[in-house]
Ligand binder design. Structure first.
Ligand code: IMP
Ligand code: MG
Length: 422
């Protein structure tokens, strides 16, 4: 397979970073195409923990080129800090990191607005507070500051004035918070533009040429399908297309198609922030999953809510994102549980649904469960671990999609590969 997209099939934090990291060894290019530094990928390389927010996981492999394509919203200061941290151990140059000149920029105004809305309302979404939503709002409102504006002070000043125009009223009269002047913000962003300039280029043409040269390109999704602005549990979603549409709008495949879409699935479900969660466990079992799975947000440090694996959500993810292969992660965490359940359908208005649809209020569905025998921790001996086999076979058959790999620990070697993607 030459072109593969890897997306989260739940509410994010499925362990995508670890899988991209593994696949990146055999891909020439890894592309981020949506979201921003709301994402957080934790990857363990030996005993060293790497948390990536904006830079694709390919950066950890010397021969792989990392691309931040135009659909990503970039906070230049966060990008700069992440770069400086990574540069302590990795060589990063314009040859192995390419950032689109056309990315929309997250300004201080976006961050302040996001945080003020979360504190004061009217609706608390439980965002990461990084300014993602307001930045995408300005993009849709045709007021984006693009990366290329950072290289032209006059244009930058003009765009920032446009952004602040209505927001100043909100800051002063609605939220009562102070904010930087256009001049201050212009100086800050211009300086960052000068630092980041060497990495900026036309990534669209770079990816196009690479695809024409038959290079292998991996598209690394951030967040998960249920956080998609169109397909997710609206309004408790992020503001980008985390599903497959994001690859097309946020990077572009030019005249090529995707050879495969990998849906990454955690062996249970987690969610950070507000919003409905049909299989949520608010009891001791949920507590065990949270503790043993170290379920804390990599970006915000918040505790993640935990629940049983939800097959209706996965059927929905598979059809909306054209998922061709599944990767199941964190199976080891299930081995701490004395009993095991999987949700196979929803009861809704007297009917049984095998999958949700856009707009269905997930807070109104009743999950239906099937029980399984607990899974012993012998993951190295899959042949004799029949409970594990039963669990995996059930998932695969119910979802009519092959499991290509499954992971049972954070290390690079704790992954069982049924198929490689070469
Ligand atoms: P925002 O993306 O910061 O606007 O947050 C919107 C919703 O998406 C909130 O529920 C966040 O917790 C969630 N979210 C955003 N990014 C991630 C992520 O990378 N993993 C998990 N949840 C996320
Ligand atoms: Mg994450």
């Amino acid at each position: 397979m030459k072109t593969v997209a890897l997306i989260g099939a739940q509410w994010g934090d499925e362990g995508k970073g670890k899988i991209t990291d593994l696949l990146a060894q055999t891909f020439d290019i890894v592309v981020r195409y949506q979201g921003g530094n709301n994402a957080g990928h934790t990857i363990w390389v030996g005993d060293k923990k790497q948390v990536l927010h904006l830079i694709p996981s390919g950066i950890l492999h010397p021969h792989t080129v990392s691309v931040i394509a135009h659909g990503v919203v970039v906070a230049p200061e966060a990008l700069y800090r992440e770069l400086e941290e990574l540069k302590k151990t990795i060589s990063i140059t314009p040859d192995n990191l390419k950032i689109s000149l056309n990315c929309s920029i997250i300004t201080r105004y976006h961050q302040l607005l996001d945080q003020a809305r979360e504190q004061i309302g009217p609706t608390k979404i439980g965002t990461t507070g990084k300014g993602i939503g307001p930045c995408y709002e300005d993009k849709a409102g045709r007021r984006s500051v693009k990366f290329y504006h950072l290289l032209d002070q006059k244009e930058l000043r003009k765009r920032l004035s446009e952004q602040l125009d209505e927001k100043a009223l909100l800051f002063e009269q609605r939220y009562h918070i102070s904010y930087p002047s256009v001049e201050e913000e212009c100086e800050r962003l211009y300086a960052l533009g000068q630092i980041l300039k060497p990495y900026l280029c036309d990534t669209f043409s770079y990816v196009e040429e690479s695809l024409n040269q038959k290079k292998r390109v991996l598209f690394e999704g951030a967040q998960g399908l249920l956080l998609d602005i169109d397909y997710g549990s609206y309004p408790y979603v992020t503001s980008s297309n985390t599903s497959i549409a994001g690859v097309h709008s946020g990077c572009g495949l030019t005249n090529h198609t995707l050879d495969g879409v990998i849906g990454v699935v955690k062996a249970y479900v987690t969610r950070v922030g507000e919003g409905p969660f049909p299989t949520e466990l608010k009891d001791e079992t949920g507590e065990i999953l949270q503790q043993k799975g170290h379920e804390f947000g990599a970006t915000t440090g918040r505790k993640r809510r935990c629940g049983w694996l939800d097959l209706p959500l996965l059927r929905y993810a598979i059809k909306t994102a054209h998922i061709s292969h599944l990767v199941i992660t964190k199976l080891d965490v299930l081995s701490y549980l004395p009993s095991l359940k999987v949700c196979y359908g929803y009861e809704y208005e007297g009917k049984i649904l095998d999958a949700p649809y856009p707009g269905l209020d997930l807070s109104l569905v009743k999950p239906l469960f099937k029980e399984f025998e607990p899974i012993p921790a012998e993951f190295e001996h899959v042949e004799s671990n029949t409970n594990l086999q039963t669990y995996l076979n059930y998932i695969q058959e119910e979802l009519k999609t092959p499991i290509a790999m499954w992971a049972y620990g954070p290390e690079r070697n704790q992954i069982y590969r049924c198929q490689d993607f070469s």
